[in-house]
Design a protein around this ligand. Sequence first.
Ligand code: MG
Ligand code: ZN
Length: 374
Amino acid sequence: MKKYLTLIIVFLLCVFTTFSCKKAKATNKTELTSSENKAPKNIILLIGDGMGLSQVSVSQFYNNETSNFDRFSIIGLIKTSAHGSLITDSAAAATALASGVKTYNGAIGVTKDSISVETIVEQISNRGIATGLIATSSITHATPASFYAHVKSRSMYEDIAYFLVNSDIDFFAGGGLKFFNKRKDKKDLIAQLKRNGFDVNTVVLPQNILSNPPSGQPRKQAILLAEDEMPKMNEGRGDFLPNATKLALEVLSKNENGFFLMIEGSQIDWGGHDNDSDYLISELLDFDKTIGLVLDFAIQNGETLVIVTADHETGGFTLSNDDGNDNKIKPTFSTNDHSATLIPVFAEGPGASLFGGIYENTAVYTKMISLFSE
Ligand code: MG
Ligand code: ZN
């Protein structure tokens, strides 16, 4: 009898243990799945033009603050080749990110056969999602242009500006005023923007204006603060990028259907082209600071996916040792053009786990649009 009792107790213990373990596992899995698979309401895509891994490393070695790149939990790598070229330019790369197609270098929002292809901005604004673009170049430059324009060559700035004025974009900030008000066709696109319901801000002191966001019902914002590109960081751009980002978040987050915001650190690329490490470092640190405030917003908001990536690397930039001294870093360049190296992707927030792994740059678009479609 005692023997049977022991057996029964052992049997019950086994059943209980197995059951509770299974239950615990199941609960864990449910929690994990729900947080991983939850689709974001908002997506913020930050593009560091020309930002490879050595450029990202600048935020570790030349920064008085802790690098904001350290705050991401999901990291991936993208392959950046263009159609017909192993090494991409910013136009083909941004078209891949914005529309999910590989096209030729120089193409803006068109396929390899020069046929217009819908951008993520066009697709989601049809569904009531608000959209915004910020760049430290002209807003008609290749990277931002690829999110709203369709032209066969990136140098068609006046045509690109025309696309922007007639797009559904709710917020934009950058340089490029002359492509709106000093055009060969004499069209006044600033007046057109106002007719289309934009508050237009062309005052050249960004800090003053951007620190006073409009009160009441948010209106569409067109901010053009330089004739062509914005000034370099080390020539007095100040907090244009973080301030424009703050204002964009304030305006766009009022939309109840969510928003998409693209923010470009445009001039990291130009520091690379110039083989000018001081230029590159100051631009990278400005971008890093902007990432920090975007992450702060996203954490507080809870429904925002933040993705940071680049279009390609520029300069063949590396952090070498200085004359054999392993305790001193000497920024070094191997080209004044773009390179073919893999580019990192950083993601945080709902849907971030989709961005781990190694994949083509076109898949960034595919992943984003799939999250907006859930
Ligand atoms: Mg660019
Ligand atoms: Zn470039």
